[in-house]
Design a protein around this ligand. Sequence first.
Ligand SMILES: Cc1cc2nc3c(=O)[nH]c(=O)nc-3n(C[C@H](O)[C@H](O)[C@H](O)COP(=O)(O)OP(=O)(O)OC[C@H]3O[C@@H](n4cnc5c(N)ncnc54)[C@H](O)[C@@H]3O)c2cc1C
Length: 472
Amino acid sequence: MKRIAIVGGGISGLAAALALEKQRTQGAAIDYTLFARLGGVLVTEHVDGCLIEAGPDSFLTEKPWASDLCREIGLGDQLIGSNDPERKTYILVKGKLVAIPDGLMFMVPTKILPAVLSPLFSTGTKLRMAREWFHPPRRGEHDESVAAMVERHYGPEMVDRLADPLLSGVYGGEASQLSVRAVLPRFAEMEAKHGSLGRAMLAAHRKMAQATKVPAKPLFTSLKDGMQQMVEAIVVRIPASSLRLGTAVQGLQRQDEGWVVSAGYASDHFDAVILATPASAAAQLLQTASAALASELGAIQYTSSITVNLGYDQSVRSSLPPGFGFLVPRSEGKRMLAATFVHNKFPHRAPPDRALLRCFIGGAGNDQMLQLGDEEILRAACEDLRQILGLAAEPQFASIHRWKSAMAQYGVGHLERLQRIEDHLASLPGLALAGNGYRGIGVPDCVRSGSDAAQRVATAIGLAESKLPTIA
Ligand SMILES: Cc1cc2nc3c(=O)[nH]c(=O)nc-3n(C[C@H](O)[C@H](O)[C@H](O)COP(=O)(O)OP(=O)(O)OC[C@H]3O[C@@H](n4cnc5c(N)ncnc54)[C@H](O)[C@@H]3O)c2cc1C
């Protein structure tokens, strides 16, 4: 019997456990233990008839791994799509909300008229957009920041008003720090092949439209009863004997072709280990086994954020602008990074007579916000909403969650770092890494990383063939 330890009970660790459980039920001679606080950042609450997501509220539909996993664990009929006919997102520009114009794909304009008529951009940026059409192909030797690339194509205003707020919504990070190759690999490929991002995006869009006659899928997918459903549906499939709940792992040592895992007052020997923790926690655990690997892992930065969910009555709901919500560029000097009008974005989230707003505060360089008490955070959120939306009403309820160092930042050179990490892992058989620190921060990427890590350790201990990379 081979023994495998999984450290970390977020969606990455749970996906790894599920993959091992499948192998076990198919007859593989394995025994695994999941050391975990279950769910990680997937936390759903029910307050006053509203469904509140404290962490992620959905995942991108085009990345299949999370939806596939949901179907596999019996949640296929629970999958819901975002209300895309209502989709409209605003950017705060000089204190006013301006709708992102039609045809903008991420930050690349593909329709001329809406971009030209939009007050989101100055005349200078509109002229840059026209010139961008003739941008020559460029095969960059080196990685660069998203900000540097976007600025080369569209100028600094596009960075401030779109690239930065959009990335801050996903990574809690800054466009000037994030690696274009790791975060927007398609942009780097499009620039190398076509030069102009606008022309490349349009060509890709047309090709897709021709290739598929199937109606477009909703942009985001979630679960009727919230993201935590995934956690619960996986946990019931894992035998209780495989769960060591609430147990933080404090030590990891290489010993006798295997690993000794220390948690609480006990130490146990395993043939293989999956570290599905944030990279910073993996770095601490690996300090003794490989200081060089630990140093690379420790260099992957994380940012913190706070979600503030606020419930309001019908009068607020009818006074809000239509759409999914707004993003706030740093230059606007607010504490809020973004807010979602949850009652518009998904069904089953708020009764018809309620408005539910989900606000993000914090992000890169704002860790000090985490020290504030709930009342101060609430006051800050309400003050920003008053200034941005003219919303003077007091919320009927508030739910505040702090996520310390939860969002990995793929800095410039991230892919090269991953290669160095792979090289170190090659000399540590039976060790696999999974989680949001490596090849994708979203829930689908984390699911894939957990399943791939399970397959990799299974191979390492002689159970399955695999050509997967060592970090998933
Ligand atoms: C506020 C917020 C909103 C987000 N919104 C979205 C979204 O809408 N869509 C989307 O796709 N993604 C979103 N994300 C990103 C996505 O949710 C995460 O990247 C993903 O869930 C991370 O999963 P994980 O299992 O890798 O890490 P985590 O969920 O962070 O889990 C790691 C686990 O490791 C455990 N751990 C750490 N050290 C140890 C130790 N020594 N011993 C044992 N356990 C340990 C922790 O307790 C934790 O349970 C969001 C993230 C946040 C924070």
